[in-house]
Write a protein that binds this ligand. Structure first.
Ligand code: A3P
Length: 341
C-alpha cells in the first residue's frame, strides 16, 4: 500500500505482532510500519494518512509539534493562552486543552476508546454538526476548529504536508530521551488507548529498537533539527522551560508575534504552571475517562511529576546503558544539545 507521503505501510505480523499484542492491549486494530523511516503507527493511521499529508494548514494556525511526552500539553496550553487568553478572562479557558487545541491524528488511537464511551461522539457532533464520525472525529474537529487554530501533532514532519513550514508557524518541543522514555512508559500504562502491560525493562527495549508507537524518536528529532534555521520553526527544550519559563515565554512571544506585556507573560506562566494545570485537569488529565485506575492510584495521572531528571530514579544501570548506547549510535551525531539534568 503506497501513500501520498511516498511511504509504504507493512502490517506488523507473525512473532513480532504476537509479542506486541501481548504487551499492548490498546492496539486492538494492530500496528503498521511505514517505510522509509520505519515509523511505527497504529493501523487506523493508514485510513487517514493521505488526509494528514494533505491537511489544509492555514497561516493563522500554530502547530505544536513534538514526539510523545516532550511537554506537548504544557506547550498547547502556553500557546493557546498567549494567543487567546493572556488576561485570563476567556470563557472557554476552563474546558480541556485538547478541546481548544485539537490533536490532529488521535483517531488512530481510538481502537479501544471508541468501544468504551461515547463522550467523544457527543463532543464531535456538537463541534462538527452533520459530519460523519467514521471520516475521523479528531481530524474533522481539527478541521472545523475556529480560527486562530492551535493544533497538536506528534507525527514526524515527513508524514505531514511538505508545505507546512511555508504556511504555518510550528512550535517544536524536544526533551531528553531518558525522561521521554520514563514519561512515555507511565503514559502507555495509564491510558487504555495504549494499554501497556509489559515491564519497564521491556519498554526500554521497545524504545531502543524503535518499536514504540511514533518511533523512531531519533528520526523525529533529526527531521526537526535539520529545519532549525527555518523562520517558521521555533524549537524549545523541556529542560529550558523548566529552568527559566519566563525566558522561554519571551522567546515564544517574539516568534508568535503576540506582543504580550510583562504582566500578561506572568499570567501565562502562572496559568500554565504544573500545579495549576494539574488542578484544572483533575487526576486523570486530558483523557480522564480512559485511564487504568490502578496505575492512576499507584503511580499518578497524566500530570505525573513535571520535572527534568526523573529518569535517574527509574532506570537501572543496565537500562541506562542501553539508552546510552542508543544515544551514542543514533542521536549524538544529529547534534541536538539535549540536557540530561
Ligand atoms: P512527566 O511524565 O515526566 O511528569 P505530553 O504533554 O507531551 O504528553 O508530556 C507530558 C509530560 O509533561 C509529563 O511529564 C507531564 O507531567 C509534563 N507536564 C505537563 N504539563 C506540565 C507543566 N505545566 N509543567 C511541567 N511539566 C508538565
Amino acid at each position: 500500500m503506497k501513500f501520498l507521503n511516498g511511504h509504504e505501510a507493512k502490517a506488523i505480523e507473525g512473532e513480532e505482532w504476537k509479542r506486541q499484542k501481548s504487551h499492548w492491549l490498546g492496539y486492538a486494530d494492530g500496528l503498521v510500519r511505514f517505510s522509509p523511516g520505519g515509523w511505527v503507527l497504529p493501523t487506523p493511521f493508514t485510513k487517514f494518512a493521505d488526509k494528514y499529508y494533505d491537511f489544509k494548514f492555514r497561516s493563522t494556525d500554530v502547530l505544536v509539534h513534538t514526539w510523545a511526552k516532550c511537554g506537548t500539553t504544557w506547550t498547547q496550553e502556553i500557546v493557546w493562552t498567549m494567543r487567546n487568553n493572556p488576561d485570563l478572562n476567556h470563557p472557554m479557558a476552563g474546558i480541556s486543552v485538547n478541546a481548544r487545541a485539537p490533536f490532529l491524528e488521535f483517531d488512530m488511537f481510538m481502537a479501544t476508546a471508541k468501544k468504551q464511551d461515547d463522550n467523544f461522539l457527543e463532543t464531535f457532533h456538537r463541534l462538527c454538526p452533520g459530519k460523519d464520525p467514521s471520516d475521523g472525529m479528531f481530524l474533522q474537529m481539527t478541521e472545523c476548529a475556529k480560527d486562530p487554530r492551535t493544533i497538536k501533532s506528534h507525527l514526524p514532519l515527513s508524514l505531514l504536508p511538505p508545505s507546512l513550514l511555508e504556511t504555518t508557524k510550528v512550535v517544536a518541543v524536544l526533551r531528553n530521551p531518558k525522561d521521554v522514555l520514563v514519561s512515555y512508559h507511565h503514559h502507555c500504562r495509564l491510558l487504555n488507548a495504549h494499554g501497556y502491560v509489559g515491564s519497564l525493562e521491556e519498554f526500554v527495549q521497545y524504545f531502543v529498537d524503535d518499536d514504540l508507537a511514533y518511533s523512531p524518536y531519533w528520526l523525529h528529532v533529526k527531521e526537526v533539527w535539520e529545519k532549525r534555521e527555518h523562520p517558521n520553526l521555533h524549537i524549545m527544550f523541556f529542560e529550558d522551560m523548566k529552568a527559566d519559563i519566563m525566558k522561554e515565554l519571551r522567546r515564544l512571544d517574539g516568534f508568535l508575534e503576540t506582543r504580550l506585556s510583562d504582566d500578561q507573560l506572568d499570567n501565562v506562566a502562572r496559568h500554565t504552571g504544573f500545579g495549576a494545570m494539574k488542578t484544572r485537569a483533575g487526576d486523570g488529565g486530558p483523557a480522564s475517562n480512559h485511564v487504568n485506575t490502578e496505575v492512576l492510584t499507584k503511580d499518578g495521572g497524566f500530570f505525573r511529576k513535571g520535572q527534568s531528571g526523573d529518569w535517574k530514579n527509574k532506570l537501572s544501570p543496565e537500562m541506562e546503558e542501553k539508552v546510552n548506547k542508543y544515544i551514542e549510535e543514533k542521536i549524538k551525531n544529529i547534534g541536538v544539545p539535549f540536557k540530561f539534568v
